[in-house]
Design a protein around this ligand. Structure first.
Ligand code: GTP
Ligand code: MG
Length: 224
């Protein structure tokens, strides 16, 4: 699904996708970059790469998605990819409490190895598995996200739920940050690190969860 003119883009952003084994990192990326989902998928070995170009307000934005292995034995390899990430997506499985309990550990790695300006997103995947199978509720995840200053969204790679929203909103945020950075440079500002604090409006997510979560102003849903 990638644009045929692979090098024809205005912005290139590197997105690192991390999380425990089997939470659906590869499935999320595959759904976004290639538009399909597979039940039988092999565990990632080391790090894979896939990308797609989005048109964001007239600009071609290439999202390079770095798909890391969740297995512990690859941890030292995957950590070497953190440094250049513009954004980090931390994925857990909504039906696996252990994968949610691991998020603080993943976050420690992120804080240690990535730039402080990297956009950080927490993703609860597998919303299609409902009822008794669901082990992590939205409020717990949203509370963690709020406490750690992360963006939060729930997805299903299987049902293609919120995948496009996740990556499109992320691309918009990264483009805004890049634009404000270059503006700062142009203005000879000393504060080249500053980024626009733009709201992260995951509209479809808000519609579904707006009533359950303590959102003050639904039109500027940001770091819940
Ligand atoms: N029901 C459901 N299953 C999913 C979803 N996303 C992934 N899976 C399944 O979960 C299993 C693991 O998916 P992967 O995408 O390989 O997980 P991963 O995080 O890349 O795993 P590692 O590469 O081992 O770290 C596979 O059987 C997928 O089909 C989803 O949204 N819903
Ligand atoms: Mg994988």
């Amino acid at each position: 699904m990638e644009d045929s003119s692979r090098n024809d883009f205005k912005y290139l952003f590197k997105i690192l996708v991390i999380g425990d084994v089997g939470v659906g990192k590869t499935s999320l990326i595959r759904r976004f970059t290639r538009g399909y989902f597979a039940e039988n998928i092999t565990s990632t070995v080391g790090v894979d790469l896939d990308s797609r170009i989005l048109n964001i307000h007239g600009d071609k934005v290439k999202l390079q998605c770095w798909d890391t292995a969740g297995q512990e034995k690859y941890r030292s390899i995957t950590q070497s990819y953190y440094r250049n990430a513009d954004a980090v997506i931390m994925v857990f499985d909504l039906t696996n409490r252990g994968s949610f309990a691991s998020i603080p550990q993943w976050l420690m790695d992120v804080q240690r190895y990535t730039s402080k300006n990297a956009v950080k997103v927490l993703v609860g995947n597998k919303t299609d598995l409902k009822g008794a199978k669901r082990m992590v509720n939205s409020r717990s995840a949203a509370n963690l996200a709020e406490f750690e200053d992360l963006l939060y969204i729930e997805t299903s790679a299987k049902w293609d739920d919120n995948i496009e929203t996740l990556f499109t909103e992320l691309a918009e945020q990264l483009r805004e940050n890049a634009k404000s950075k270059s503006l700062n440079r142009f203005n000879n500002s000393n504060n080249n690190d500053s980024v626009t604090k733009k709201g992260f409006s995951i509209v479809s997510y808000m519609k579904r969860l707006g009533e359950k979560l303590p959102i003050q102003n639904p039109s500027t849903f940001c770091r819940i």
